[in-house]
Design a protein around this ligand. Structure first.
Ligand SMILES: [Zn+2]
Length: 276
């Protein structure tokens, strides 16, 4: 148990560092390699395309980082000071959390009582609950979009700079092993191998984020949390999916889709307890 907790704490410290490093590398590649190489000439048409791509990258990055910060600023912890944490008889004493009698959770990593806990996110080092679920979902969506868009520009860069053709659908399957072999034979540079590796990193993160976000969105629409799903609990709330989404995304949800700002006052503890 002690070793598993130690591993989780290590993951909690390493994952945010990995996220910031990946973000920094992606930014450098976009602004110092991809855009200047793909749109090299100061012609009017290319200037417009270059500006559009720059604005799009900045928009995606701003929303991904903004929602990441908002997930941390608005933690899912309970503000109810009078709450006495008592373990439920059904508490499975999981490695990362206790299930409390009052329907809440005590996260052993955050060391806090969490309001309507969904799961502990290692990339933000925080628990996800009803207060920060919207920011977390938007963070996943924009991270996925940023990665998939970086993949597209990365492919365009490799085509322009290294004349790699992606017309054959099998190219992507054989690219990594062939690039590794070519690197050790000294026929390609370390930068080219690194860029090929980044293509797979972006594809992996983009697809994982999109899949995870879709599942979370489904749970939110059903008014269910990840914890409840894992315990096999049936959803007891009678709200329809529109009301459940509105509860998480707020009344000004359209604004929340394009900007990482608060769209509604945080739900009261009582509200969260009622729905737990
Ligand atoms: Zn936690």
């Amino acid at each position: 148990m002690f070793t598993r907790m130690l591993k989780l704490r290590l993951l909690n410290a390493v994952a945010p560092v990995y996220f910031f490093m990946a973000t920094a590398v992606t930014n450098i590649l976009h602004f110092f390699f991809f855009i200047p190489t793909i749109f090299p000439y100061p012609e009017t048409s290319l200037m417009v395309s270059s500006t559009l791509h720059t604005v799009l990258v900045l928009f995606l990055m701003f929303n991904a980082l903004g929602n990441y910060i908002m997930t941390i600023i608005y933690p899912a912890e309970s503000a109810n000071e009078t709450l006495i944490p008592v373990c439920s008889p059904h508490c499975s004493d999981k490695v990362d959390a206790h299930y409390l009698l009052n329907g809440r959770h005590f996260c052993k990593l955050c060391k806090k009582i969490i309001l309507k806990r969904d799961h502990h996110c290692f990339f933000t080092g925080n628990c996800i609950g009803n207060k920060n679920m919207r920011y977390f979902l938007m963070f996943c969506i924009y991270t996925s979009c940023t990665c998939l868009y970086s993949l597209v520009l990365g492919v365009a860069f490799l085509t322009v700079e290294y004349s790699i053709s992606f017309e054959n659908p099998l190219t992507f399957l054989t690219l990594l092993p062939l690039s590794v072999c070519s690197f050790f034979m000294g026929t390609i540079s370390g930068l080219q191998l690194f860029l090929v590796l980044m293509l797979y990193v972006w594809l992996g993160i983009g697809l994982v984020c999109a899949g995870f976000c879709s599942q979370q969105m489904l749970l939110v629409a059903r008014g269910q949390t990840w914890c409840q799903m894992q315990r096999g609990e049936l959803v007891r709330n009678c709200s329809n999916w529109r009301a459940n989404l509105k509860h998480v995304f707020g009344t000004r949800w359209i604004l929340g889709l394009i900007l990482p700002v608060q769209t509604e006052e945080c739900s009261e503890d009582a509200d969260g307890q009622k729905q737990d």
